[in-house]
Design a protein around this ligand. Structure first.
Ligand SMILES: Nc1ncnc2c1ncn2[C@@H]1O[C@H](COP(=O)(O)OP(=O)(O)OP(=O)(O)O)[C@@H](O)[C@H]1O
Length: 975
């Protein structure tokens, strides 16, 4: 009797939320990756864990080989202590049992040519870390403006990373074999795959069709039956509900319906090749205590559209008759298949010793005792077929249902075969989750976000549950460490637990069914499947985050419960209950069939090289679970424990949560739309700006052309082109610039014209005459420059404005206002003006600010531009044209400047009058550069040498400098 398995559930297992020390290493990102590297090498997580101690009352498993090295070091198996803030030792009775959820990453290999040419966005960095970088980050505009918080590159840490080349056998050995061992030794275990569509979840769980590709489920069955070979007993009991056992009846000894119904088999066999490879057998065997007898029970459920269905139930028509003949394509009527959803119920208190165990079971889920692996695999195969018919045909592209293979292992000591309290039942649940993607191959941000609304509710709630569990565990650990102070290490966790958040297991069928695993009824493993060639970078980022979250949740692996007092249910009662649930359906009975939901699916068959393809239409009726009135007393008791107010609150929370989710989705969609709109608008604006600048450029080019034309016209009008002068005939001084040449050309031509005019009028104009003559002329005309010759010079000077140095133009051509336009008389008068007034004017000129000068320069520039279109010559003479302008400070200073300029001009004229220009034979009167040869001789035109021109320029400069306007001129020159 010493080996008799006791009711081993320790009191600590009753804690709903296992405590956990605040973890210092968040395992998600690179930071964690770097901190965990050293420990990861110490305990390679890839190694299979060492076999646990064989014991009926199993010790909690800690420090297992597959424990993530990045997690805080596990406590010793004995009572552990935590140190409070002031060093008080706190007894933490949970620490020795807790264990993080294991998360393994499996990277799918490249399957198509497209895949192999694309570079994967997932790079394994080590055995435990991967780097994920968005391949389109630099090209994709949407990713640049991504509205979500998804980063373009991240490093994630897992319990172990399996590269694409990992074989199915290797993967099974490192991830699932430890769980199979646990289950055989009486411990519950859960494994589920998580990933987007096409990432390899089904391949991982069920396997492929090639040799060696058998997945986790068939290998698990192989290992189980290899291990219990010779240890199978003929127990009088069978498992019921979650933890309970009851007396078996005669039907249990019958072979399970391992083959699909005849009619369906014919169709389905041809639809697709089945994934389970019967020839692919795993030969691994686990050494077990041979004092025990074992029996294996199998059930297969599906959660589809938030309803739970039994995949091992016979396919029936609406009359409840088993389908034996499948309609062919030529059949006039389509077959209507019906199935009823099963209810999820709380596990009765009588099934377990501990009232706080709040697990739930699928009421009415059929389970079959299987005697060998082949039988078991056939059942799984049948379930797969039913899943295809009822589930995935609604969406051929992807599995949208969660497939759940539940294997129950019942063991009892050989010496206590008839003692129901000695029976121990453990569960191993293998789940192939539906694709977690929010969308499939949608390329635009808006569409992708819109499809995000279709996220599978079950998976979302699963994530929420893990999140809540994690935060609760952290809070609990912190509270425990604080409460322990000053209490001699004793603590009461009840108060602490009252403040914890409610884990929303009830919000989805998936989490309801699996909840007992998360609250400490077994070990949990998450397998994350990723297809690194898929375009769903964002979706895969969510998957990675889910895995990271899962790794921060601690579960409490513990021995499966032994029922306290077996409910010996008579076969009739049990059978009747099952028959009531699975029996014939009558559509007229509203109680039995509350809300039938129908959909049509078309099955194709044949179509091979030799066979003709045919189709059959099957109408599937899915019925909600019945409100079973025939609950046992235990069930009723359990239902009573559910507080309706809490139920209401849950509903309210669920409603609010959905609303929040919808609102967030709407926000995200609006944000994405707005971003797109703004982008479009920006692009439009940029295009418009480009067009506008192009137009402006063209306009400027046109204007420049016009200016050039105007210049040419000027030159024409000045007679330069009319009486072309051959350049080679005149000597050109090397240091004379092009502009100066032009000016001189104009001057000479004007002087020539003037001289001709003089000669024709008989009037001799002598540049070399004395000052008296000039004075006479001045007196005759009332102005020193009134003579024709002077006028000519003046014209010449005016002409020079267009090409002369800027300062000269400034000083000579500036015409601020019409009333101030100088006439020759005014010039003379101005020259006689009061000296004080002149000084004032000069002063005001000197105080012209830089800005004003600039603005004036701009004005002058504008005026210059104006002068070119379309008749330049009159424009040059617009000095006398009246201008209307309102006086302004700028204008005033401009006027002052004009007066200065005018003074300068008068002085210049005077200077020029005083100059004596020698004839061709004479030497220049003033020459700073020495004597130079006359440039040319034009008829009777007096010859002006270069030296004379230089002398004139120098004189102008000098004069301007003397008159005080030099500062402005110099500034202008500088500008
Ligand atoms: N490790 C692997 N080695 C070889 N082929 C693989 C591997 N993983 C997946 N595949 C192949 O990739 C394809 C998609 O895999 P699978 O159907 O398992 O994806 P899934 O995630 O289950 O998709 P869904 O969610 O739509 O059911 C299949 O053809 C499968 O054979």
């Amino acid at each position: 009797m010493s080996d008799k398995p006791k009711a081993t559930r320790s009191s600590t297992r009753t804690k709903a939320q296992p405590a956990v020390l605040p973890t210092t290493s968040r395992t998600t990102r690179a930071k964690a990756a770097t901190t965990t590297k050293s420990t990861a090498t110490a305990v390679p997580p890839s190694l299979p864990p060492p076999p646990p101690k064989k014991s009926a009352a199993r010790k909690p498993l800690v420090n297992r080989g597959n424990t993530d090295a990045s997690d805080p070091p596990s406590k010793p198996p004995s009572k552990t202590t935590a140190t409070g803030r002031k060093g008080t030792k706190i007894v933490n009775t949970f620490d020795n049992e807790r264990e993080p959820i294991m998360a393994y990453l499996r990277i799918r290999p490249a399957l198509t040519d497209d895949d192999s040419t694309t570079s994967p966005y997932l790079t394994p960095l080590s055995d435990t870390t991967v780097r994920m970088a968005d391949p389109q980050d630099h090209q994709n505009l949407a990713s640049r403006f991504r509205s979500s918080n998804i980063t373009p590159s991240s490093t994630y840490t897992f319990s172990h990373v399996f590269p694409p080349a990992t074989s199915q056998s290797d993967f099974f050995t490192k991830t699932t074999l430890p769980l199979v061992r646990d289950a055989l030794e009486g411990q519950n275990a859960l494994l589920f795959t998580y990933g987007v569509t096409n990432s390899g979840k089904t391949y991982t769980v069920q396997g492929g069709s090639s040799e060696g590709s058998a997945g986790i489920v068939p290998r698990t069955l192989d290992v189980l039956f290899n291990s219990i070979d010779g240890l199978q007993g003929d127990s009088r009991y069978r498992p019921v509900r979650l933890h309970g056992v009851e007396l078996a009846d005669a039907s249990d000894s019958k072979a399970p319906p391992v083959a699909p119904e005849p009619g369906l088999e014919g169709v389905l066999d041809q639809m697709n090749s089945l994934s389970l490879n019967d020839l692919d057998i795993d030969t691994t065997a686990i050494k077990l205590d041979r004092n025990y007898e074992y029996s294996i029970w199998l059930s297969y459920a599906e959660i589809y559209n938030e309803k739970v269905y039994d995949l091992l139930d016979s396919v029936k028509d609406t009359q409840g008759t088993r389908v034996n003949a499948f309609p062919q394509s030529n059949s006039s009527s389509s077959l209507v298949l019906a199935r009823t959803a099963l209810a999820i119920k709380p596990s009765p208190l009588s099934d377990s010793q501990d009232a706080s165990i709040t697990g739930k079971y699928i009421a009415g889920l059929r389970q079959f005792r299987v005697h060998n692996a082949s039988q078991a695999k056939s059942l799984v195969k049948l379930g797969q077929l039913h899943r295809r018919v009822f589930g995935t045909l609604a969406n051929r592209e992807s599995s949208r249902s969660h497939g759940m293979v539940v294997i129950k292992i019942m063991r009892c000591h050989r010496g206590e075969k008839n003692d129901p309290t000695a029976v121990q039942i453990s569960r191993l649940t293998l789940v192939d989750l539906a694709g977690s993607e929010r969308t499939k191959h949608t390329h635009t941000t808006g569409d992708r976000l819109k499809e995000a609304g279709n996220i599978n509710k079950s998976l979302m709630v699963l994530g929420q549950c893990l999140e809540t569990l994690r935060s609760n565990q952290k809070r609990l650990a912190v509270s425990l460490s604080q409460d322990g102070e000053g209490k001699d290490g004793r603590m009461d966790t009840r108060d602490v637990k009252r403040g914890l958040a409610i884990v929303p297991f009830r919000h989805s069928k998936l989490t309801e069914v699996l909840m007992d695993y998360f609250i400490g009824d077994g070990r949990t493993v998450v397998i994350v499947n990723v297809n690194p060639y898929d375009t769903g970078y964002d979706e895969n980022s969510h998957v990675m985050k889910f895995a990271a979250l899962a790794r921060e949740v601690y579960t409490t692996p513990a021995p499966a419960p032994v029922h306290q007092a077996p409910v010996i249910t008579g076969p009739g009662k049990l059978q009747g209950k099952v028959i009531k649930k699975l029996g014939p359906l009558t559509l007229n009975d509203p109680e039995v069939v509350p809300k039938p939901f129908g959909r049509k699916v078309t099955l194709s068959m044949g179509g091979g090289s030799s066979k003709k393809q045919s189709e059959a239409v099957v109408e599937v009726l899915e019925v909600d679970e019945t409100q079973d009135k025939s609950n046992t007393d235990e069930d009723d008791d359990d239902d009573m424990t559910i507080n309706p107010f809490v139920d209401e609150l849950f509903d309210e929370i669920e409603y609010l949560r959905l609303q929040l989710f919808e609102a967030e989705m709407r926000c995200a969609i609006i944000e994405a739309d707005t971003r797109e709109e703004v982008m479009r608008e920006m692009e439009e604006r940029m295009a418009n700006m480009e067009q506008m600048y192009r137009k402006r450029l063209m306009k400027e080019i046109e204007q420049n052309e016009l200016k050039t034309d105007a210049k040419i016209d000027m030159l024409h009008q000045s007679g330069l082109f009319a009486s072309p002068v051959k350049k080679p005939t005149r000597p050109i001084a090397d240091d004379i610039s092009e502009d100066e040449e032009d000016e001189e050309e104009i001057d000479r031509s004007l002087i020539s014209e003037e001289t001709e005019e003089q000669s024709t009028s008989g009037e001799e104009f002598d540049f070399g005459s004395d000052q008296d003559q000039d004075d006479d002329d001045s007196a005759a005309s009332g102005s020193p420059l009134s003579g024709k010759g002077k006028a000519s010079v003046r014209n010449s000077i005016t002409k020079r404005q267009s090409t002369a140095p800027r300062e000269i133009r400034e000083s000579l051509a500036f015409v601020p206002d019409a009333p101030m336009v100088p006439s020759d008389t005014e010039d003379a008068a101005m020259s006689d003006e009061d000296e004080d007034e002149d000084e004032d004017e000069e002063e005001s000129t000197a105080t012209i600010s830089e800005d004003e000068e600039d603005s004036e320069a701009e004005e002058n520039d504008d005026e210059d531009e104006d002068e070119y279109v379309p008749d330049p010559v009159p424009k040059l003479r617009t000095k006398s044209a009246p201008r209307v302008s309102s006086p302004s400070p700028t204008r005033k200073s401009a006027q002052a400047k004009f007066l200065t300029s005018k003074t300068q001009a008068s002085a210049l004229e005077q200077e020029m009058d005083n100059m004596t220009i020698n004839d061709g034979g004479g030497a220049p009167r003033a020459s700073s550069t020495g004597a130079k040869k006359p440039r040319r001789v034009l008829g009777k035109t007096p010859i002006v040498t270069a030296d004379q021109m230089d002398a004139v320029a120098m004189a102008i400069d000098k004069r301007i400098a003397q008159s005080g306007g030099g500062a402005n001129v110099r500034r202008l020159r500088l500008s």
